[in-house]
Design a protein around this ligand. Structure first.
Ligand code: UDP
Ligand code: MG
Length: 320
């Protein structure tokens, strides 16, 4: 296989307004780093705007650009997986399409990779420009909560912006799960991974494609994919509740023996409502895992490609 020194992989959803400048800036950064020996892999994740025609136009003019059109919107993590599957580079840079992650940092990231003999250089957000206070706060809480829940140490405040070696990418691609939390999966594979601090810029154009609903879904995939703590919590809660009911039993027995037992409507209601709520909560948690087991057991392909523009060097292992 003709392996370029560098692949830059970009998932794109409704990013038409960013693509020209994105292409120019990535090209500049890649050329400065490796000369002509690179490819850019753009994945159109079922955009509703003109992203695909724009990509086709760019691909027609640039032999180093491979544009992949998914059959529909599969979501950020699967679109990225498609690009990673199809890229061929010896080093792989993952970057967002909206230029919040400056492509020019490539030089420093490669230097860090070489100096520290690392397989993964992941970019840690020091500052986030132009994001809402709500997003910053929820993200900060999420990463810290995740860190406490999971057994795999997943770096804090880190997105998917990172540079990977081929062997790290191949290890990553061997993980078949459907519910993909890529930054966690990359942390899981191990090898030598080093942080790289940067200031996250504002979006070049358009607005975030991660509304609250998608953020919550990603958070659930992250927690259930990397932790069985919620299931453990269920059994711990059950144990604690058993302790509480034993105390209640003693209390009731004393009331009965001393003959001071009254109607007891309030306490009955309290216990019923409390136990009902806890049971629903625990059942719901078990359901989250069960639902994911169900999805995994179907073994569907992770994504479907509908068109490819440009010379593909990598091999399209489509899902499984
Ligand atoms: N994205 C995608 N599919 C989606 C949503 C987002 O491919 O369904 C891409 C998007 O084009 C961008 C990256 O994922 O390149 C990150 O999305 P966004 O910038 O909206 O997220 P934020 O930076 O606000 O967290
Ligand atoms: Mg963004």
């Amino acid at each position: 296989m003709n392996r370029p020194a560098l692949s830059v992989v970009v998932p794109c959803y409704n990013e038409a307004a960013c693509l020209d400048i994105l292409h120019a800036r990535i090209t500049g950064a890649a050329r400065a780093a490796v000369g002509d020996d690179y490819e850019i892999v753009m994945v159109n994740d079922g955009s509703k705007d003109d992203s695909w025609p724009a990509m086709q136009r760019l691909a027609a003019a640039d032999p180093r650009l491979v544009a992949i059109n998914l059959s529909r919107n599969h979501g950020h993590q699967l679109a990225l997986t498609a690009g990673l599957d199809l890229c061929a580079g010896a080093q792989i840079l993952i970057i967002d399409a909206d230029l919040q992650d400056p492509p020019e940092l490539l030089a420093e990231m490669r230097a860090t990779m070489a100096a520290q003999d690392a397989d993964v250089v992941y970019a840690v957000r020091r500052k986030r420009e132009g994001e809402t206070v709500f997003k910053k706060i929820t993200a900060a809480i999420f990463y810290r909560m995740l860190d406490r829940l999971t057994d795999t140490p997943i770096p804090l405040d880190t997105g998917d912006f990172r540079l990977m070696s081929r062997r790290a990418l191949d290890a990553f691609l061997s993980l078949p799960e459907q519910a993909r939390f890529i930054r966690g999966m990359v942390a899981w594979i191990g090898f030598r991974q080093v942080p790289f601090a940067y200031d996250r810029a504002e979006r070049h154009a358009g607005e975030t494609n991660y509304p609250l609903g998608k953020m919550v879904r990603l958070a659930f995939d992250a927690v259930t994919g990397f932790s069985t703590a919620p299931l453990r919590f269920a059994s711990h809660a059950g144990l604690a509740l058993t302790g509480v009911s034993l105390l209640l039993f003693v209390y009731i027995a004393i009331g009965w023996l001393s003959g001071s037992a009254v109607q007891g409507w309030t306490s009955t209601m309290l216990v019923t409502v409390f136990l009902g709520a806890v049971q629903m909560f625990v059942l719901g948690m078990i359901g989250e895992y069960l639902g994911r087991l169900y999805v995994e057991s179907k073994r569907r392909p992770l994504y479907l490609v509908s068109d490819i523009a440009g010379p593909v060097q990598g091999s399209a292992t489509l899902g499984y």
